[in-house]
Write a protein that binds this ligand. Structure first.
Ligand SMILES: [Zn+2]
Length: 190
């Protein structure tokens, strides 16, 4: 098969030189106004061609490969004194798989346990292409389904306004859960 980025022959969906090129980019981080720190591996523009693939049926292979190099490597170096749950935002399956579930799964380690279907948006409004004001007026209204968990890492594919992550972390806080930080594949703030 061919690398989806450079079209050179490759055994993997993305060839090694394209992976190296992607990973050489600086990681990003920002702090939301509720003090939640968000770490991202890429800027949105550098990873956009890959994120667009996620809607195809074979997109999970691409996402799995990228998740291993980013979330997987992060998990290897992450140390915490207590057990931590990794929770994907609204990990509803689309086209047979959920992108946030794939990213959360890549965090699995001795201290991190992915927990699925823990945080579901009860308001199915689509944020894509909508203004900040629209997003602010239409909260996702998350329902929390999580037992016996004290610490959480929130996982999403893209952080744009940060409103979704902020709302999710506030919902978890109300349940007495400590959200350590959020981890996203890409930050759309250039
Ligand atoms: Zn390539």
């Amino acid at each position: 098969m061919r690398c989806i980025l450079c079209e050179k022959l490759s055994f993997k969906a993305i060839c090694k030189s394209c992976v190296d090129k992607l990973l050489s980019e600086n990681k990003k981080s920002r702090i939301l106004d509720n003090n939640l720190k968000v770490y991202s591996f890429f800027s949105y523009s550098s990873i956009a061609p890959i994120l667009h693939v996620k809607h195809h049926f074979w997109g999970h292979r691409v996402l799995n490969q990228i998740a291993k190099h980013t979330f997987g490597e992060f998990a290897k170096s992450f140390n915490f004194e207590d057990k931590v749950a990794a929770i994907g935002i609204d990990d509803v399956s689309q086209n047979g798989y959920s992108h946030t579930a794939i990213l959360a799964k890549a965090l699995k380690s001795s201290s991190i346990t992915p927990v699925y279907r823990a945080l579901r948006a009860t308001n199915k409004v689509k944020y894509s292409g909508q203004s900040y004001d629209f997003r602010r007026k239409h909260p996702r209204n998350f329902s929390v389904c999580l037992k016996g968990v004290e610490y959480v890492i929130l996982v999403d594919d893209v952080v744009t306004s940060g409103l979704t992550l902020k709302e999710a972390s506030e919902c978890l806080k109300k349940e007495g859960i400590d959200v350590l930080f959020a981890l996203t594949l890409a930050d759309a703030k250039e």
